[in-house]
Ligand binder design. Sequence first.
Ligand SMILES: Cc1cc2nc3c(=O)[nH]c(=O)nc-3n(C[C@H](O)[C@H](O)[C@H](O)COP(=O)(O)OP(=O)(O)OC[C@H]3O[C@@H](n4cnc5c(N)ncnc54)[C@H](O)[C@@H]3O)c2cc1C
Length: 292
Amino acid sequence: MIIPPVRYLRPGTLAEAVELLATVDGAAVLAGGQTLLNALKLDLVQPTALVDVHRLDELRGIDVTADGTLVIGAATTYAAIAASPLARETHPSVAEMAAGLVDRQVRNRGTIGGNCCLNDPTNNFPPLLTALGAGFHTTGASGPEGWRSVPASMFFTGGLSTALRPGEVLTSVRIPPLPSGSRVVHRHLQVGADSWAMARAVVRLDVTDGTVTGARIVLGAVPGSPLRLTAVEEALTGRPLDASLVETAAAAFDQEDVVTVGDVHSSAEYRLEMAKVQLRRALRDAVEGSTT
Ligand SMILES: Cc1cc2nc3c(=O)[nH]c(=O)nc-3n(C[C@H](O)[C@H](O)[C@H](O)COP(=O)(O)OP(=O)(O)OC[C@H]3O[C@@H](n4cnc5c(N)ncnc54)[C@H](O)[C@@H]3O)c2cc1C
């Protein structure tokens, strides 16, 4: 399919990008283009202009602040995250997810910002970043300060929707340090070896002296994803870290309101069962201390 005529604009700075988005009617941010260009070809979106932020230095790079927060520029590619010693040291789950994402071509072009701003229910990063309690820094149309920071719990507002305002640019994703003793495990079932997830679960357990002191349990690949399972989280908190957690979580899962949908890949019922299986596996591996 051929992309319909659209203006291509490449600002030299973030300020220029914000200005273009504010002044050019119907302009949209272009990052890695791995989803947006396909959406254009399929006529799912009709921007009049694309403002390319992929090469803006201000949006690229990885750093760690004095308090241990991992700061990833929104236009940083999955490949750069996977190769980053800082990401591997502070949040190995983030680096591993980036390294395992789809194929080399998508990893070399796709960005963490694009992944989050799209918030496709099947995307990898939104559930993980929700479990990690990430913050999202934005600029342009961000209020009187000129920027704002939105927690993951408020940034992801539903499938394919976020708290971003028209003209706003995501500048960075900020992931606070985990308490020592935390375990983060991600498990998913894919349609094919390098394709979209049918079911996804992320388990984060904060553990002190053999007791679970906090839990974040998040599902992906469901319509409202990332979806936190608060009944499961409550059931796990205060329990000893042992294999019984898997059954505790399975029992609490039934109190959750998890809606799944069927499609060409699976029925809604099968997807729900697979979500439970991914949760069990992630929890079992977290208990056993296997995080990869
Ligand atoms: C074959 C294939 C398989 C894939 N499989 C998976 C998969 O299994 N898991 C997965 O997670 N992803 C998958 N993807 C999607 C891929 O990860 C995309 O890279 C990602 O969804 C979008 O990132 P991007 O940088 O390419 O953004 P783009 O496609 O350029 O943009 C996506 C959206 O985000 C907006 N946007 C981007 N950056 C910003 C910003 N800084 N501020 C404001 N808005 C912004 C754009 O306007 C657009 O609406 C796959 C893609 C392909 C082509």
